[in-house]
Write a protein that binds this ligand. Structure first.
Ligand code: BG6
Length: 496
């Protein structure tokens, strides 16, 4: 589709996100011919920069963070000429009036007119004031204005259900829901979008996709990195709010949802919301039984000495914040009743990988009952990252012996064709420019996800403890998380 001329305004333009993700994404979009000819980026931030310094900063960040090299000088030059800077204070309404003037006086103004995409790449506490100030300066959608004025909001979206609701109601006061694009960058990943294509583009998997054939589902997002310099944010957040509420809940609802009526945003988002609604909220006691939280202790990871989480900079010495979380969830509907979903995520783990495992029932017969081992279950492993692909484990006869052995069929995207793999932000920015909201989270979706996480965190908060379990950096998490499956007669798929 052809994108209308647009002016993108980035609030928090000198921050990390702009440098690491947003600018490299725009560069690659242009490189692949996907930006409109008439296009500008206006950076809005507090630092006393001129255009020249701002462009130089972004050029450097592109060098540092681009996922392709070398940087194409022609593409960069095209983009650079369209980058402007406005020094401003997020809390000062007058600076938004200046912004409105600037947007009216740039060389491309006559083309993009009222098509504005406002990107809130700021700390979340500024989301309300920025949207309010945009409205005061008449920059939000207004009657009689033909252009599209859209708002991109970064995560975290609230810190619990109450704050997410408040935030939704403030944003919706100034921007209609269809103009609000809440980012969960996992949805921009090719392999996450593939979940829909894979499930509903084949006839051989979907008939098996239910309680009759599936024993359980595992969702793992494992990271090797520690929290590094993010102590302040992370200690107030923890894995349940940083990862589980958003990225893992997205994977969970995509893997469990019913077929949507169409590929339209609302059809898909309706089905995802239904999954979240069908999760029965456990009592605190049940939650404690069905969840594990833990922190990394001191140790060695990849040859490097790692200090304990509690010793990290800007982390409280007696912090109870979890760097690892694992939960067992159920979905109370016709398809899934009785099938557990085990979700886990953590920092400082042995391996960096995200994977969904669908574990099937054993075959219903006793033909191989006298073999020494039980017949292995079939596993379908969907690798989100890295080495994106799909693997199917099944049983075959050992040649020349009356026995079974496990075999594997492997599909790797990167061996299958010479495709360009866009970064998540490329896809998301392109969709926001197009007004296409499928890959963004809807207000009710965020709220239903918080409803689950709030109950979990309440259960933890009621527990009177002065420490939580520790795990060794470079392990796959605490023994308690293995135990959570073992007591159900199950085990985590080994890391790839
Ligand atoms: C972010 C979290 O949303 O996602 C980080 O705040 C986490 O803590 C990151 O490291 C993981 O994203 P990805 O794309 O590297 O898997």
């Amino acid at each position: 589709t052809k994108i209308d001329p647009t002016a993108v305004v980035i609030f928090g333009a000198t921050g990390d996100l702009t440098q690491r993700k947003i600018i490299p994404a725009f560069y690659h979009l242009r490189k692949h011919g996907r930006l409109p000819d008439h296009f500008v980026i206006v950076g809005f931030a507090r630092r006393p920069y001129g255009e020249k310094e701002f462009r130089a900063l972004l050029k450097q960040s592109l060098e540092d963070y681009s996922h392709t090299h070398p940087i194409d000088p022609e593409v960069w030059q095209w983009l650079e000429e369209r980058i402007f800077y406005l020094q401003g204070d997020l809390a000062n309404p007058e600076d938004y009036v200046k912004l409105a003037h600037l947007l009216n006086s740039l060389p491309e103004s006559k083309y993009y007119k009222d098509n504005h995409l406002f990107y809130l790449a700021t700390a979340p506490k500024y989301f309300p004031i920025v949207s309010e100030n945009l409205a005061k300066a008449g920059l939000n959608p207004q009657p009689g204005i033909s252009g599209q004025r859209r708002l991109i909001v970064e995560k975290p979206f609230g810190t619990d259900l109450k704050s997410a609701r408040e935030l939704n109601s403030i944003l919706q006061k100034y921007f209609p829901e269809k103009s609000i694009f809440r980012i969960d960058h996992y949805l921009g990943k090719e392999t996450v979008q593939n979940l829909l294509y894979f499930r509903f583009g084949n006839s051989i998997f979907e008939p098996l996709w239910d309680r009759k054939y599936i024993d359980h589902v595992q969702i793992t997002v494992a990271e090797t990195q520690t929290i590094g310099s993010r102590g302040e944010y992370y200690d107030a957040t923890g894995a349940s709010r940083d990862m589980l509420q958003n990225h893992l809940m997205q994977l969970f609802s995509l893997i469990a949802m019913e077929p949507p009526a169409s590929l339209e945003a609302e059809s898909i988002r309706d089905e995802k919301v239904k999954v979240l609604k069908s999760v029965p909220i456990p009592s605190s006691e049940e939650w404690l039984h069905n969840s594990v939280r833990a922190q990394y202790g001191p140790g060695i990871l990849g040859g490097k000495t790692i200090k304990a989480y509690r010793e990290e900079e800007k982390v409280s010495k007696n912090s109870l914040t979890e760097t690892y979380v694992c939960v067992k969830l159920e979905i109370d509907n016709w398809r899934w009743s009785g099938v557990p979903f085990y979700l886990r995520t953590g920092k400082a783990l042995a391996k960096q990988f995200s994977e969904i495992c669908i574990v099937f029932n054993r075959p219903p017969c006793v033909l191989f009952a006298n073999s020494t081992k039980k017949v292995a279950r079939n596993w379908l492993k969907i690798r989100i990252q890295p080495n994106e692909g799909i693997h199917l484990l099944f049983n075959t006869k050992v040649p020349n012996l009356p026995a079974l052995q496990e075999a594997k069929m492997d599909f790797y995207y990167r061996r299958y064709g010479d495709h360009y793999f866009p970064e998540a932000y490329e896809r998301l920015l392109l969709d926001a420019l197009n007004g296409e909201s499928t890959l963004f989270t809807r207000s009710d979706e965020v709220e239903y996800a918080w409803r689950i996480i709030d109950a979990l965190r309440n259960a933890w908060n009621e527990e009177e403890v002065d420490s939580i379990p520790l795990y060794a950096p470079g392990s796959m998490g605490p023994v308690e998380a293995d135990e959570l499956l073992r007591r159900d007669g199950r085990y985590w798929g080994p890391p790839p």
